[in-house]
Design a protein around this ligand. Structure first.
Ligand code: UDP
Length: 345
C-alpha cells in the first residue's frame, strides 16, 4: 500500500487520502492479509511500515522530490522482493502521478485510486497511461468527464464509524469543516449562518497562497468569535466533538467534489449535512434523509428550517451500512483479485 508522503497515516489533523489508506490497511490486516505500508515514519499501523522520510513532508506537499524518492524507494523494494522469490500479489498506489507512471516496471500488478478531481491534467495523464494500472475512482462522478477509460471500479471512501461519537441531541451551532478554499465555499456558509442568525463554527486549515487570500478577504472580516467562530485546523478529538454537537454541517461546495469525506464523517456522528449539488454530493447524501441537497445559497438557507426532519439515528445507520471500512475493503479485495489475473501491460 503506497500512501503519499505528505501526511502521516492516520492523520492527526487535516488529511483525506491517508484516512482512507489507514482504514483500508487496518481492515486488511484484521482479515489476515499480509500488508506492507509505504508512508512516513510518523505513521502508526498494524501493517509492516516502510518509509524513507521519518516525518511527513507537509511543507513540500505536491512537490516532485519527496514523491519521487518515496515512490522510487517503494517500487525498488517491490522489485527486490520479487527477485528474492517473495513477490507482492498486488501494489495499491494512492500517490498522484509517479505510482502510475512507473507501474509497468514493477513486477506486481498495480491498482491506483484516483483521489483528486478530474482536472484537465488528469485527462492527459490517464489518457496516455490508462493501461499502466487498474484505475479506481472514489465516486461515479469522477468518471463522467472521461468515460473512455475502462475503470476497474468505483470504491467509495470509508469512515471509522465505530470511533466517531454519535449524539442525537445537538447543540445550537452550525459547522463548516474542511480546508478553507474557494472550492469548498466557506464564504457561503458564513453568509447563510449570519442570515439565519445561527452561530457558525468554522474549522479547517488555511494553506498559503490563494487559500490564504480567500480566507483573509471572504472569511476573516466576519469572524467575531460569536456569530462566526474560527478554530483553524483542529485535532481529531476536537473534530469529533464539533461534528457530533453540530445542529447541521454546511457543505456549500463550489467544485466538482470527487468525494467529500467530511459529509460521511458528519453522517457517522448523526449530524445532517446541507450541501450544494456539485460533484459526488448526490451519490453520498440521500436528500431529505441524511441531509438536504440544495441548488444554491438561498436553498441552503431554506433547508435550515427543515433540519429537525432528519433523524440522527438514520444518518449514523447510513454511514455504517454504506461507508464502513469493511465494505470498502470488500470492494478493493475484489479488484485486487482481478488485478492478479490480468495480463501485464
Ligand atoms: N480535516 C481536518 N482538519 C482540517 C480540515 C480537514 O481534520 O482542518 C479533515 C476532514 O475531517 C477530512 C479530511 O481532512 O477527514 C478532508 O477530506 P475531504 O475529502 O473532506 O476534503 P479534501 O480532501 O478535498 O481537502
Amino acid at each position: 500500500m503506497v500512501s503519499p508522503p505528505w501526511i502521516p497515516v492516520p492523520p492527526q489533523g487535516y488529511g483525506g487520502i491517508e484516512w482512507v489508506v489507514h482504514l483500508l490497511v487496518e481492515e486488511l490486516v484484521r482479515r489476515g492479509h499480509d500488508v506492507t505500508l509505504f508512508a512516513t515514519g510518523d505513521s502508526t499501523t498494524k501493517a509492516e511500515l516502510r518509509y524513507v522520510f521519518e516525518e511527513a513532508q507537509t511543507p513540500l506537499m505536491h512537490q516532485t522530490m519527496p514523491d519521487a524518492l518515496h515512490v522510487g524507494s517503494a517500487y525498488r523494494h517491490v522489485a527486490e522482493e520479487a527477485r528474492a522469490g517473495r513477490p507482492y500479489d498486488v501494489v495499491h498506489d494512492h500517490t498522484a502521478w509517479l505510482g502510475v507512471a512507473f507501474a509497468p516496471l514493477v513486477p506486481s500488478p498495480v491498482v491506483h485510486t484516483i483521489h483528486g478531481a478530474f482536472i484537465e491534467a488528469n485527462r492527459i495523464f490517464y489518457g496516455g497511461l490508462r493501461d499502466h494500472a487498474l484505475l479506481v475512482t472514489i465516486s461515479e462522478y469522477q468518471q463522467k468527464d472521461f468515460p473512455e477509460i475502462a475503470y476497474a471500479g468505483v470504491v467509495p471512501n470509508a469512515v471509522d464509524v465505530a470511533s466517531l461519537p454519535y449524539r442525537a441531541r445537538k447543540d445550537g451551532y452550525l459547522l463548516a469543516l474542511g480546508r478553507i478554499a474557494r472550492d469548498k465555499g466557506q464564504a457561503i456558509a458564513v453568509r447563510v449562518a449570519r442570515e439565519a442568525g445561527i452561530p457558525l463554527v468554522l474549522a479547517g486549515k488555511v494553506d498559503p497562497g490563494n487559500d490564504r487570500a480567500y480566507f483573509e478577504e471572504a472569511i476573516l472580516p466576519f469572524v467575531d468569535g460569536a456569530s462566526v467562530r474560527f478554530e483553524g485546523e483542529v485535532p481529531n478529538a476536537r473534530k469529533s466533538e464539533l461534528l457530533a454537537g453540530a445542529r447541521a454541517m454546511l457543505f456549500p461546495v463550489q467544485w466538482a467534489e470527487p468525494f467529500g469525506l467530511v459529509m460521511i464523517e458528519a453522517m457517522a456522528c448523526g449530524t445532517p449535512v446541507i450541501a450544494i449539488r456539485n460533484g459526488s454530493v448526490p451519490e453520498i447524501l440521500a436528500d431529505g434523509e441524511t441531509g438536504f441537497i440544495v441548488e444554491d445559497e438561498a436553498g441552503m438557507l431554506a433547508a435550515l428550517d427543515r433540519v429537525e426532519e432528519i433523524s440522527p439515528e438514520r444518518c449514523r445507520r447510513e454511514a455504517e451500512e454504506r461507508f464502513s471500512p469493511e465494505r470498502m475493503a470488500d470492494r478493493y479485495l475484489e479488484i485486487y483479485e482481478r488485478a492478479t489475473r490480468r495480463p501485464r501491460a
